[in-house]
Design a protein around this ligand. Structure first.
Ligand code: PLP
Length: 350
């Protein structure tokens, strides 16, 4: 039935003025060329689409990903298409399979439509255990892989993703949520959709591109798969995006050197932060390739540590039911993480 989704897991609201390293946002705004493109198009805001901006976005993405533009759709972030995919491909008779822990949005939407949601623990390297996922519900309608995974930052090898695509039921859909892929120097799953009509790859500009509040996401899929997801609104949604976000994304996506610089900066800060925590005897989950990691507080309860850090004006992330002794910490700027390190030292000594 239509049980209300559990609210207990939802993130705490951002504390204005704090060091905000709780919700995996980027520490800085859009790439400068993207911001300039967004500001420029404001003066043409009277038009729904002044100059074929959606097609410009699809062409830019197509060039970077090596995918036909016909296989690319744009959305206000990736939350909307994630919900649509759940509603389209799962049902009370065809469940959803995910890893545990992972990003839970699809669990909630699954519960709402009365689909059975089955969770398979992450494997020994904290990758998705695709064989366990399939065994857990061999007749699901939807298999969800998040790589890099939220909250662990860990990657699932493309070979495992391909294995799941080839071994799931033919009429089931495999989602590969690549919200954090730009932070990982690793192969992505985009090309899978050129040859198959049962894989949906999701991207967002909310993370490395620093556009969470501007709202822009992408899906890559065969046109037939996209059509199924879009039948609710006559395919209109992708023509109704804010032009500021579309222009910003279009200008940002080809900037390989700037993207790499942002990734490198994040990695350096992440590794320095992790080294500090380890030097204090804290356990950090290995293998993150994203702007987050999970940390265990020497037996202190994550909720108490979170509150103590907030008293130092540092807002970290929450725990996951599967890993109740750990907190997720987002990698902020070098200055943010210095404040975090100082606050951790104070809290540990208290
Ligand atoms: N997918 C994953 C794995 C995420 O972590 C998030 C946000 O945190 C999203 C999707 C949705 O974000 P947005 O709607 O901003 O693209």
């Amino acid at each position: 039935g239509r049980a209300a989704p559990a609210l207990a897991q939802q993130s705490a609201r951002a504390v204005i003025g704090a060091v905000r390293i709780g919700s995996n946002e980027c520490w800085t705004g859009p790439l400068p060329a993207g911001a300039a493109a967004a500001m420029k198009i404001v003066t043409e805001g009277n038009r729904y689409e002044p100059n074929g901006e959606h097609d410009q976005l699809f062409a830019a993405v197509s060039a970077v990903e090596g995918l036909p533009a016909t296989h690319i759709k744009a959305w206000p972030g990736s939350s909307d298409p994630l919900n649509r995919a759940a509603v389209t491909f799962a049902s009370p008779t065809r469940g959803i399979v995910t890893a545990d822990p992972t990003y839970e949005q699809i669990w909630r939407t699954g519960a709402w439509i009365g689909a059975k949601v089955t969770k398979a623990p992450l494997g020994p390297q904290y990758q998705h255990d695709v064989k366990a996922m399939l065994a857990a519900d061999p007749n699901a309608g939807l298999y969800y892989v998040c790589s890099p995974n939220n909250p662990t930052g860990t990657l699932t090898p493309i070979a495992d993703i391909v294995w799941l695509a080839e071994n799931k039921p033919k009429d089931a859909v495999l989602i590969v949520d690549e919200a954090y892929i730009h932070f990982a120097d690793a192969p992505n799953a985009a090309k899978l959709v050129a040859a198959r009509d049962d894989v949906l790859v999701m991207r967002t500009f909310s993370k490395l591109f620093g556009m969470a509040g501007m709202r822009l996401g992408l899906t890559f899929a065969a046109p037939s798969l996209h059509e199924k997801m879009m039948r609710y609104d006559g395919m209109q949604v992708t023509n109704m995006l804010p032009m500021t976000a579309v222009a910003c994304g279009t200008a940002s996506i080809p900037l390989a050197a700037e993207i790499k610089a942002r990734r490198d900066e994040m990695i350096a800060v992440r590794e320095k932060t992790i080294a500090h925590l380890q030097s204090r005897g804290l356990k950090v989950l290995p293998g993150s390739h994203a702007n987050m990691f999970m940390v265990e507080w020497k037996g202190k309860a994550p909720k108490e540590v979170m509150a103590a850090l907030l008293a130092q004006n540092v807002q970290i992330g929450r725990s996951w039911t599967a890993y109740p002794t750990m907190s997720r910490v987002t990698v902020g700027s070098a200055a943010d993480m210095e404040k975090f390190r100082i606050a951790v030292d104070k809290v540990l000594m208290a």
